[in-house]
Design a protein around this ligand. Structure first.
Ligand code: SF4
Ligand code: SF4
Length: 445
């Protein structure tokens, strides 16, 4: 049982937990009240109240992180608790810092985590608000966004959370991506308030990088034209994503005209990826002086009774989000953070929601195929679909025999973790997970 009373019972093997593990969840004992309320009448947007304890992930993949608080210290809602790569990370609650520790984030990566117990005293720390933000120079605007914790995230193999590039960086394209809050939320011609915030946030971000065009990676939606019409330099990406493609990767390839080199940041190529959540957070940071301390998470699938968009405090556990979405513990069999093709199927529900989490997929027992790791039938399909022209079957065999050195020789470090090989494999081998494992273990050794 975790601090908030969520029972999380897990029965997993270490390797291949991601696809083969079966977890059992007991969610009934969480007693928190009024956890969910609709944000608007005509959309499935819900606000989830902060649980008694939040575990705020502060460190992003190999970045320096400096905690700004100590255990026992009281913090206000909106107060910075750490700084990572010059960007502040804020507490979404007021309360006492219980502990600063290193704990797994939603991708299973150890991160500096600040644990805060909420209290009744309340109190909020706000930043300056600028209704006339157009009068700010770009450096002042950038510094404000850094203080407010605004970041960019993108998936290129792993998920990266990064500081916004300095305004002197040559950014030619702002790529609006991700499935969170797609424009088909709601009907009609009036933008829901939340999308108005997104539009305003995009204007703020575009003002940092004058000359950048706005490119939208999205399915068509009823409000699309209304939104696009507000930007003189905006265009929609044509739909060239194949069923085996990562949408993010495909979008970046379309914009850049080539694939990103492994390990290279899109910002170095003049492309800034932005999600709806980040644009909205930028708007609230500037116009309301509100730091980025809530995350908008799309919860989908038959494992919950109320799929929809959930505005949750950073540091809430996945299990608590699923309870808010009406997870049925007798039905819930699998939870994937991210998209279906290459998201991470988690083995625990006590992992905290951080700034990289924008969607959660849930599956019931009927939908999950528990299979044996059957032998490779040497059909060659994984090779055919691999964009890096690797031999996934061969690398997987090396990984299974723990020969990380041979996996590296065979090019595993070039693997972009797109998941195509796993998707196509008729033997249902967990190729993606073996690639990830070999990369991680070879780095360790
Ligand atoms: S090995 Fe698999 S996961 Fe890696 S790049 Fe090739 S197809 Fe994608
Ligand atoms: S797709 Fe699967 S079965 Fe076919 S060669 Fe690759 S690992 Fe073997």
């Amino acid at each position: 049982m975790n601090e908030n009373g969520v029972n999380v019972r897990i029965n997993l093997e270490i390797i291949n937990t991601i696809t083969r593990g079966r977890f059992e969840v007991e969610l009934h004992s969480w007693k928190h009240n009024s956890i969910m309320k609709p944000i608007t009448d005509d959309t499935e947007l819900f606000s989830v109240a902060a649980p008694p304890v939040v575990r705020i992930p502060c460190q992003w993949r190999d970045r320096d992180c400096r905690p700004l608080v100590k255990a026992g210290q009281r913090v206000l809602r909106g107060e910075p608790v750490a700084t990572t790569e010059g960007v502040s990370v804020h507490s979404p609650v007021s309360g006492k810092v219980k502990e600063i520790t290193v704990a797994d984030n939603c991708e299973g990566i150890p991160a500096v985590t600040v644990i805060v117990e909420t209290d009744e005293e309340g109190g909020t720390a706000a930043l300056p608000a600028y209704s006339d933000w157009e009068s700010l120079d770009r450096q002042a605007l950038y510094t404000h966004l850094q203080s407010a914790g605004i970041v960019t995230t993108y998936k290129e193999g792993a998920t990266y959370v990064k500081a916004l590039p300095h305004p002197d960086t040559e950014i030619r394209t702002v790529l609006l991506h991700g499935c969170s809050l797609s424009p088909d939320v709601g009907e009609g011609t009036q933008l829901p308030e939340i999308l108005q915030e997104v539009v305003s946030g995009l204007k703020i971000l575009l003002s940092l990088y004058p000359g950048a065009e706005l490119v939208w990676q999205s399915e068509k939606g009823s409000l699309l034209e209304e939104i696009l019409s507000q930007f003189p330099q905006a265009r929609l990406l044509s739909d060239t994503v194949t069923p085996f493609d990562s949408t993010m990767r495909a979008a970046m390839r379309q914009v850049l005209g080539h694939s990103l080199v492994e390990g290279c940041s899109p910002m170095a190529e003049g492309l800034l990826p932005v999600t709806f959540q980040q644009a909205r957070a930028a708007n609230r940071a500037v116009l309301l002086g509100e730091p980025y301390m809530e995350q908008l998470v799309r919860v989908e699938g038959n494992g919950v009774r109320h799929p929809g968009y959930y505005q949750v405090p950073l540091g809430i556990n996945l299990g608590e989000v699923l309870i808010a979405a009406g997870a049925d513990e007798s039905q819930l069999a699998k939870v994937v953070v991210g998209c279906a093709l290459n998201g991470t199927s988690v083995s625990r529900l006590d992992l905290p929601v951080g700034k990289s989490v924008s969607s959660v997929l849930t599956f019931t027992h009927d939908e999950v195929f528990h299979y044996q790791n059957r032998p490779c039938i040497h059909c060659g399909r994984c090779y055919q679909v691999c964009p890096q022209k690797l031999l996934p079957a061969k690398i997987a065999a090396y990984a299974e025999s723990r020969r990380w050195d041979l996996a590296v020789e065979e090019g595993v470090l070039l693997c972009g973790e797109c998941g195509r090989c796993s998707f196509i494999c008729p033997a249902r081998k967990p190729l993606l997970q073996l690639m990830e494992l070999a990369k991680r273990m070879s780095a360790k050794h």
